[in-house]
Design a protein around this ligand. Structure first.
Ligand code: GDP
Ligand code: MN
Length: 355
């Protein structure tokens, strides 16, 4: 699950990581008590807000009302904010990039950093990033490497990395990205922005998790944020088998999803919307063996998704079981084909990926 910036920053603050002082602004509430100058930041679950006008410095009262209104109306990559984060404006000297992430290939946590952070971080040469495995025992070494890479003394960097690492572990994060990590005019390192993803599979041990985007009604697990094939199946066993089959065919599964017995059009549509947040997904494989789940309900969700979601990747659908004929009739009336087996779905998904 992806957290909003203000949710991630609350977790960082609790772990003792320096974050700017801030308050939330809700739509319609009077923003005038804010101390100015402030930075108003749209709380949408996507990055790149700065470039798209979602981060605005407000210098005086005169600009505050209009800026607030404009940010609430501004859609960023398909999302409008429910709240804004108003933060004290930082006196930025330098912007760096620092992240912790689960490296699946080596089954370890990696520290990835770059001296040049900020909104142009994607244009950095990938060879210039610091990228080292890190664990509780090697934290001090990693902190020294990070300090050297960023150009600071180890005493400034060591407590910061230790606290970021503690926040990562405590919250079962899969990604904690600070960009920019700001070096301020007063010589401190402060987290200017934070993107955090938590492991959905760890939700059972976090009764305290209460976030805007928490997936309550679907059993959706992010497997690989850069995965290319999204999966929708019913029943935990079939959903796991579907993920395995995608991987075995040489494709990269992005998620596990068991839509469960009580799936309805709305809950399946919600799953499609979550899938759209994966930047690299170019195929959706739907594998349903319907018992309590009804194929026609899945078909209705597929049709609704096709109509409502722009840029929906190609669907490869295999259905069997309850109300199969009705589902096929509904889908073929909309020119949406179904396939007889999962193998066929994967073959076609592969062809589409290479087309
Ligand atoms: P993102 O574009 O969604 O990653 O949003 P960020 O929160 O990273 O903001 C983008 C850029 O806005 C940052 O790289 C900064 O240059 C600028 N920015 C953000 N917060 C502040 C601040 O408090 N003060 C100043 N001067 N600039 C800020
Ligand atoms: Mn950022």
């Amino acid at each position: 699950m992806k957290l909003l910036e203000h949710e991630a920053k609350a977790l960082l603050r609790a772990a003792g990581v320096p974050v700017p002082g801030g308050t939330l602004v809700t739509h319609g509430a009077d923003p005038t008590p804010l101390s100015l100058p402030a930075v108003l930041k749209s709380q949408v679950p996507v990055g790149g807000r700065g470039k798209l006008g979602g981060v605005v410095v407000v210098e005086d009262q005169a600009a505050l009302g209009a800026t607030t209104e404009a940010l609430f109306s501004l859609e960023i990559k398909g999302h409008k904010p429910r709240v804004l984060l108003a933060e004290e404006k930082l006196a930025i000297e330098r912007e760096h990039y620092v992240s912790l992430l689960v490296d699946r290939a080596s089954a370890s946590i990696h520290l990835v950093a770059h001296k040049e952070g900020g909104i142009e971080v994607e244009s950095n040469d990938s060879a210039d990033f610091l990228n080292v495995p890190v664990n509780a025992d090697s934290l001090d070494d990693a902190a020294s490497r990070l300090a050297e890479h960023l150009g600071y003394g180890a005493p400034l960097v060591r407590p910061l990395l230790a606290r970021l690492y503690a926040a990562f572990i405590k919250n079962d994060a899969t990604l904690l990205e600070v960009n920019p990590l700001v070096y301020t005019a007063s010589g401190e390192l402060v987290c200017g922005d934070c993107k955090m993803e938590l492991d959905d599979a760890a939700a059972f041990r976090h009764p305290e998790w209460d976030f805007e985007d928490i997936p309550k009604d679907t059993n959706f697990v992010v497997l690989d944020p850069s995965g290319t094939v999204a999966t929708i199946a019913n029943g935990a066993g079939l959903a796991m088998a579907t993920v395995d089959a995608v991987a075995a065919s040489g494709l990269k599964p992005a998620n596990f999803l068991d839509i469960g017995g009580g799936a309805n059009t709305e809950s399946v549509l919600k799953a499609f919307r979550r899938i759209m947040e994966f930047p690299s997904v170019n195929a959706i494989v739907i594998n349903i063996f319907a018992g309590i789940t009804r194929c026609d309900e899945v078909a209705r969700a597929v049709i609704a998704a096709k109509k409502q979601i722009n840029g929906l990747p190609p669907l490869f659908i295999r259905l069997a079981g309850t109300n199969f004929e009705e589902a096929v009739a509904l889908l073929s009336a909309e020119d949406i084909p179904t396939l007889a087996t999962l193998e066929e779905c994967l073959e076609k998904a592969k062809e589409a990926a290479h087309a």
